[in-house]
Design a protein around this ligand. Structure first.
Ligand SMILES: [Mg+2]
Length: 168
């Protein structure tokens, strides 16, 4: 590889440590599905994931999510709660009853009350990202998701060591 002098260094480098972020996906390879009925939100998340080096698939409601899972295994689903046809809660409950390699499901919602978070976890989601979504939050949650996926094949995964039941 040629040594690039500083003055002609590609402009992909930014204030956050150069083009490091695009290598994130190399370090944490994940198949990601975005589920959101709002086009603008979906595009925003797609862009954030592209920055990190991911080409995510997209769905607009819970039924489309289930259809995607019929065709492909996903490591992570970024799941909007409020969607037409089938919402994020219902889709998650269906997924948890499917005989597949279980994805790490991250709820996305503008409802940020502690009770909303609890409800997400209770019905089988693994994590929660408040809207509007930001890059740093996504990075943090994807790191946790990658750890989940790495341990998934070992049988159990404890997000919190004090938990008595594994999350799946
Ligand atoms: Mg929605």
């Amino acid at each position: 590889m040629l040594d690039t002098p500083d003055k002609v260094r590609p402009c992909t480098e930014d204030a956050h440590g150069g083009n490091q972020s695009s290598k994130f996906a190399d370090e944490y390879p994940l198949n990601i599905l975005i589920a959101d009925d709002n086009f603008v939100n979906k595009k925003l998340i797609e862009k954030i994931l592209q920055k990190l080096g991911y080409q995510a698939d997209t769905a607009s409601d819970g039924i489309q999510v289930l259809n995607c899972l019929d065709k492909k295994n996903y490591d992570v689903i970024l799941m909007d709660i409020r969607m037409p046809e089938m919402d994020g809660y219902e889709a998650t409950m269906s997924i948890r009853h499917m005989n597949i390699e279980q994805p790490y499901i991250i709820a996305m919602t503008a409802n940020v009350m502690p009770s909303d978070r609890e409800q997400c976890l209770e019905i089988g989601m693994n994590e929660f990202i408040p809207k509007p979504i930001n890059l740093n939050e996504v990075i943090t949650k994807l790191r946790i998701a990658a750890s989940f996926c790495a341990n998934r094949n070992k049988g159990v995964f404890f997000l919190n060591p004090t938990e008595s039941t594994p999350r799946y």
